[in-house]
Design a protein around this ligand. Structure first.
Ligand code: 13P
Length: 253
């Protein structure tokens, strides 16, 4: 059956010392409480990957993910980080297609499809983000936009490869705005995504697929969101920077 996951996306926050303390605090609280078998992933900036991957080996409740990787495996790409480099630190996941990468760094579905391929080739599991802008939702084209993101970003994959993908529905209008999608709005899109996956890859793959919700998720709204049948956890931004809030979201299952 599919896995429930809570992943924290720290974005461009936390200097070296603060990152290690935040991780240690999360790790300490988690080891002192009983939660279910949901998986916990922390996705810090690159500078933290190595040390947190080491710490994560001690607390095996937490896995580590990167926030991006380059589409090439190596080469003359000054300032970039590759999937093999990320994997070499013991990191298991990589966020790809986050709306901030799409918006501020011009990443489109075709580039993202290449990144997905490179990540999978290097045994990193992509957390592939999709979601519509406010304008697209108001124009009532959100299902169309999401379908296209799926088709161009991940539906080129053979079934065995797609089975390693985690999807995250992040409506752009809900990210960092305090405006959460209602549980019904989120559920409607998650069910649509699962249906599209079922049409493409069949019901076993669709039923086993983890689909996370992201966008102003916090300890207050997490329980209701996670209780929806097609919402299998969250990709958490702001609230993942406070250990207590992050753990309370994990406990919301
Ligand atoms: P917030 O939780 O801060 O809205 O961010 C969500 C997000 O973008 C996670 O990737």
């Amino acid at each position: 059956m599919r896995k429930n996951i809570v992943a924290g996306n720290w974005k461009m926050n936390m200097d070296y010392t603060s990152g290690v303390s935040l991780f240690s605090e999360i790790s300490n609280i988690l080891s002192n409480i009983v939660t279910g078998d949901q998986e916990v992933i922390v996705c810090p900036p690159y500078i933290h990957l190595n040390s947190l991957a080491q710490l994560a080996k001690v607390n095996n409740r937490i896995s580590i993910g990167a926030q991006n990787c380059h589409q090439a495996e190596s080469g003359a790409f000054t300032g970039e980080i590759s999937a093999p480099m990320i994997k070499s630190m013991g990191v298991e996941y990589v966020i790809l297609g986050h709306s901030e990468r799409r918006q501020y760094f011009g990443e489109d579905n075709f580039l993202l499809a290449q990144k997905v391929d490179t990540a999978l080739k290097n045994y990193l599991r992509p957390i592939f983000c999709i979601g519509e802008t406010l304008e697209q939702r108001n124009g009532n084209i959100h299902f169309q936009v999401i379908k296209q993101q799926l088709e161009e970003g991940v539906f080129h994959l053979p079934k065995d490869d797609f089975a390693h993908i985690i999807l995250a529905y992040e409506p752009v209008w809900a990210i960092g705005t305090g405006l959460t999608a209602t549980p019904e709005q989120a559920q409607e899109v998650h069910a649509f995504i699962r249906k599209e996956v079922e049409t493409k890859y069949g019901s076993t793959i669709a039923n086993n697929l983890t689909i996370l919700y992201g966008g102003s998720c916090n300890p207050k709204n997490a329980k209701e969101l996670f209780s929806q049948p097609d919402i299998d956890g969250g990709l958490i931004g702001g609230a993942s920077l406070k250990a207590r809030d992050f753990v309370d979201i994990i406990k919301a299952f």
